[in-house]
Design a protein. Structure first.
Length: 477
């Protein structure tokens, strides 16, 4: 069931109902994974099906639900029953389906494998041959391999290669021979075809456990807090870089973790004993556009609640417990904080952040944050070109509008992204708050879906303490 209403100038909110408990987590299928057998009606500008294929949600009602958004007249939902709260849910990333000897009969096309974090376990569900509307049995309980001692908070999936130190010399010789024969690959790199699917899961015991899902029956442990005092609420694999011909290249595999100890750790999975870099966040003041300092808006410690990489892996956003947002870059495999957004930010913990990657050419500049204060905020964090300095800007109060003021959202995006970027003056913030949506209820998760090129709307999916999922359709032009 869905209910639509106009929220602001051009923004339409659609509500999906079905869960019986609070919705805790969301994930959206990749556009390249979807089954395009259903013809999309691009003339319907408020249709969710013109934005993405599938939405996956996890709830306190002990179920995960798969929403098929390709149908205009109905919302088909598959219910996956589990034995506990679903704290994290993810689709298998691109490349996870072997179609060579399989006939896909699932109505969900190629988006056929999902992973759920339930209590101290991670469950795998292969939905390729699912016909019944309710799924009760997991294909595999990966928790028996990971062996978490406490509740799993978040999972992350990525393709990559791990070159262990003792193997690197052999790998280097092997790739050097290929290079002399005209191979385009450099030493210690591999294409996605040579990669394995890795899963990382962080827990309340202060650890991040990871494993090769298809290739091994053992797991390894990253000790974010060796003393086991800190909770690790969030972890995320760093996206791989791309070659000039857009082939994704894996040069090792890195994951970032954030904890209640106010620390962010960057790990190389080939060297799991200690992080290659870490950053401790404190309640330092930030510098606003007038050159004055402003303190974080709440007195809570800056616990790291959420982490999100930009698509290129060049920028990392961290949602913090004091209502601020940290922006980081990776310089020579070292985490560098480029900005702390505290001015005019959230009044409570930032529980979720996501680089929106909207269909408009935003160049990874648009960041969306969701807070326990019930507000969704959109930021222009500027170009990565000046990531190590602030961004000189004009007064922006006129464009920092709430949806209740009928802001011209498409105009705000266009004006901000077309703004000429000049070399910033040292000590000035480069971030511009574009607008916010007063959602109202305490938020749990936010994710996004980018529209196809023939559609001019993008969608933000929001989970909160209610049983509903809210989908905000946002005009981009």
């Amino acid at each position: 069931m869905n209910i639509s209403e106009k929220v602001g100038e051009g923004i339409v909110a659609t509500t999906l109902k079905g869960h019986q408990g609070s919705v805790l987590c969301l994930d959206v299928s990749s556009p390249s994974q979807r089954d395009d057998t259903n013809q999309l009606d691009s003339s319907n500008t408020t249709s969710l099906s013109a934005t993405c294929s599938l939405l996956l949600s996890g709830s306190e009602d002990h179920t995960a639900r798969l929403w098929d958004l390709r149908e205009h007249r109905k919302r088909a939902s598959l219910c996956v029953q589990t034995f506990g709260d679903v704290l994290s849910a993810m689709f298998a990333p691109n490349g996870g389906v072997d179609l060579s000897n399989e006939h896909i009969v699932s109505p969900f096309g190629l988006d056929c494998t999902i992973y759920l974090a339930v209590e101290n376990s991670v469950l795998e569900y292969d939905l390729r041959h699912t016909k019944a509307p309710i799924v009760r049995e997991a294909t595999r309980n990966i928790g028996t391999v990971l062996q978490h001692q406490d509740e799993v908070n978040q999972i992350s999936l990525a393709y990559g290669c791990i070159h262990h130190p003792q193997q690197q010399q052999q790998q280097s010789k092997k790739h050097s021979k290929k290079s002399r024969k005209g191979s385009k690959l450099t030493n210690n790199t591999a294409t996605i075809g040579d990669s394995s699917l890795y899963l990382a899961a962080c827990d309340d015991a202060g650890t991040v456990r990871f494993m090769d899902i298809k290739g091994t029956t053992t797991s390894s442990i990253l000790y974010h807090d060796p003393n086991g005092v800190a909770v690790v609420p969030t972890c995320a694999f760093r996206p791989r870089s791309q070659s000039k011909d857009n082939m994704r290249i894996a040069a090792g595999l890195e994951v970032v973790s954030g904890g209640s100890d106010c620390k962010i750790h960057l790990w190389d999975l080939s060297r799991p004993k200690k992080p290659i870099s870490y950053f401790t966040i404190d309640n330092l003041s930030s510098i606003n556009s007038d050159g004055y300092t402003s303190k974080p808006q709440v007195c809570n410690p800056p616990i790291v609640h959420s982490l999100a990489w930009s698509a290129s892996g060049q920028s990392l956003a961290a949602g913090l417990g004091n209502g601020s947002i940290g922006i980081f870059s990776v310089d020579n495999r070292r985490l560098v904080q480029t900005e702390l957004i505290a001015e005019d930010s959230h009044n409570a913990s930032v529980v979720s952040v996501v680089y929106s990657d909207f269909s408009q050419d935003s160049g990874e500049r648009i960041l969306c944050s969701a807070g326990s204060d019930g507000t969704i905020m959109f930021w222009d964090v500027g170009s990565r070109e000046w990531r190590n300095e602030g961004w000189e800007q004009e007064e922006t109060n006129d464009s920092q509008q709430a949806m209740g003021e009928k802001a011209d959202i498409a105009g705000i995006f266009a004006e901000s992204l077309s703004m000429k970027e000049e070399r910033p003056r040292k000590g000035f913030s480069r971030t511009r708050k574009l607008f916010d949506i007063p959602h109202g209820r305490k938020l749990n998760w936010v994710t996004k879906a980018t529209s196809p090129s023939n559609n001019k709307r993008d969608t933000i999916f929001v989970a909160d303490t209610s049983t509903e999922i809210t989908c905000y359709s946002i005009p981009m032009s």
